[in-house]
Design a protein around this ligand. Sequence first.
Ligand code: GLU
Length: 433
Amino acid sequence: MQKRSPRTPIFTNALKRLESALAHVDLSEDVRERLCHPKASLSVSIPIRMDDGGLKTFNGYRVRYDDSRGPAKGGIRYHPSVNADEVTSLAFWMTFKCAVVDLPFGGAKGGICVEPKSLSMLELERLSRGYIDAIVDFIGPDSDIPAPDVYTNPMIMGWMCDQYGIICRQKVPGVITGKPLALGGSRGRDSATGRGGYFVIRELETRLGIGPGSTVAVQGFGNAGFMAAQFLSESGYKVVAVSDSKGAIYKSDGLDIQSVWQFKQHERKLAAAYCSGSVCEVQEYDKISNSELLELGVDLLVPAALEEQITADNAPRIRAKAILELANGPTTPEADTILKSKGIAVIPDILANAGGVAVSYFEWVQNKSGYYWTDKEVDDKLKERICREADSVWNVSQELKTDLRTAAYVIALRRISETIEAKGTKEFYDGKN
Ligand code: GLU
């Protein structure tokens, strides 16, 4: 049997992005030293009573990467591939994402290694409450604030917030964001990631040489992928392909996004938790594979699934004009180099998908003040922030003659280093400044 070469840890790849950005900014050595290590990592086991009476143990994680700029912030993922390396990388990206859109937060992430679709609703609830029991001392509304991520949703956030309140004997809505509206959630949180990505495209489209009428392919048709596809197609973009874990569908003159979504929803078996239908069961469209979707000759490619989908293997065959990274970490550093040499603009994850955490911040502010905003207030504030930061990422990339990812990291690094340096660095103690 052929021996497979071991995969580079995702965190090693994540740190490469930090190194390339550091080459463009003159910062204290202290900043690099601080940002190369997660601040705190917790690994827990969660024993759950299953419906058949048996006891099953799941591995869970929470990593607080950096909290220089404020309480650490980041979602909780339920997926069979969750591990400490992935959670650490996701927490690292959250640190830079919060800084690039100027939120007063650091970065964190959590996850449970589980195939959530194999659980009943009651097992899912026991697991979610069990996870909070296990990490309760690690999180808090002023220290580390979880939210949804892949395969977690408002209902799960509601259970988790409730469990935290039960343990603390008080209501603490600000400990978790992405909650249902009735439990202190924010208007607009559900659509925020897709909407944020859409705002980034509208802000940069002329500069990218795309616009209404351009073709789009979306890999991953969960909440973020669907919402972005919906907003883009409403504004005249032609979404020609979408995919999920089971396969992809294609129609050259554009898909009817609403009807594909409704089909997926209709097929759900676990009421309100996950849909079990697949986009590739929609009869009227051509079926293609996930890898064919990534390589379509579209104007805009939107990876909205998991990490490391665009690699050195398939990057030479990518034909899109621009890529909007709605997923976290979908492109490897090697693929970045190839895409750059082909002149493909990559709008990095830490900007492209920051709409979700931006509205999480709004939710936290509303929870803390006890005063709730309208849909319009949320959307206007999101648009203003995302467009402003997309514009500065573009401008910094022009000034420094770098790709957009490096520019986004440079902006984030400048903001993070300001807070690190304010507390004193080697240069300060050496008497140099
Ligand atoms: N999981 C989302 C992300 O990766 C949202 C995080 C949050 O709202 O805290 O950005």
